[in-house]
Design a protein around this ligand. Structure first.
Ligand code: NAD
Length: 260
């Protein structure tokens, strides 16, 4: 479906990003995988993907909390593959605390990675996409780009900002073969959410399975986690020819969370 397209997927050594990397490789894309991982693990991931699919894969460990490294990630991808057709801004982190106790350095780190990094990579990738008249930008936002929850000030602010950025990029590039959309997942069971489950289990002295049920019951009417495959399927659709006139949207995949 996306044979020989070149995709940069940020934060793709784990969780949702890694699932999307596998899905895009199976659709025929060449990939730049980005993110941190223990020594040798990223190598093992991309060797596995290259072994299973006819994809060329590179790992770039750029720290996207740093603006210069965001730009370098795109420049190096263009040098290595000749172009970038698809950019998926996925890397993100979380920290949970009441606003009045929220550490300033955590606020700055979350805004830098969850919002500013998408600005820097998008800014760097657009000139090439505009010159070629083709591009797909998918921002992995969150239900927290649409609604709020307590103790997530930086995350909610960054994800709301990311949806605003998505709309502006879509408008400025409408009619030029370039689309920009956001996906807004509810709870997906990745290391990021497992940490929240473990923290809650620790604080309330209940088993992790019970903390996980409580988390879902509180927010997600479907009563189950969104799967990584469900997110990847939507990202693939947004990058398909069928979605060529779909731009500036924020699509929840949240088991009914934001319908309440
Ligand atoms: P994860 O923790 O499993 O993966 C995060 C990835 O980002 C990893 O590859 C990590 O190495 C990378 N990363 C972290 N800091 C980085 C940095 N400074 N520079 C480059 N890469 C960095 O998380 P996940 O749950 O898969 O989340 C992926 C995205 O989905 C995030 O933007 C998150 O906000 C969003 N999201 C997740 C959920 C969920 O329930 N898991 C829900 C909604 C939205």
């Amino acid at each position: 479906m996306l044979r020989d397209r070149v995709a940069v997927i940020t934060g793709s050594t784990s969780g949702i990003g890694l699932g999307m990397a596998r899905a895009f490789a199976s659709a025929g894309c060449h990939l730049i995988i980005n993110g941190f991982s223990p020594a040798g693990e990223a190598q093992a991931i991309f060797e596995e993907i290259e072994h299973e699919h006819p994809a060329k894969v590179r790992h770039d460990p750029a720290d996207l909390a740093d603006a210069d490294q965001c730009v370098r990630l795109i420049e190096d991808a263009e040098k290595a593959f000749g172009r970038v057709d698809i950019l998926i801004n996925n890397a993100g982190i979380q920290y949970v605390a009441p606003v009045d106790q929220f550490p300033v350095e955590r606020w700055n780190a979350i805004l830098a990675l969850n919002l500013s990094a998408a600005f820097h990579t998008t800014r760097a990738v657009l000139p090439g996409m505009q010159a070629r008249g083709y591009g797909r930008i998918v921002n992995i936002a969150s239900v927290h780009g649409l609604v709020a929850s307590v103790h997530k000030a930086a995350y909610v602010a960054a994800k709301h900002g990311l949806i605003g950025l998505t709309k502006v990029v879509a408008l400025e590039n409408a009619g030029r073969g370039i689309t920009c959309n956001a996906i807004c997942p509810g709870f997906v069971l990745t290391p990021m959410v497992q940490k929240q489950i473990d923290d809650r289990a620790g604080k309330t002295n209940i088993p992790p399975e019970e903390a996980s049920r409580y988390l879902l019951h509180e927010k997600q009417p479907s009563g189950r986690f969104v799967t990584i495959e469900e997110i990847a399927a939507m990202a693939l659709y947004l990058c398909s020819d069928g979605a060529a006139n779909l731009t500036g949207t924020s699509i929840p995949i949240d088991g009914g969370w934001t319908a309440q």
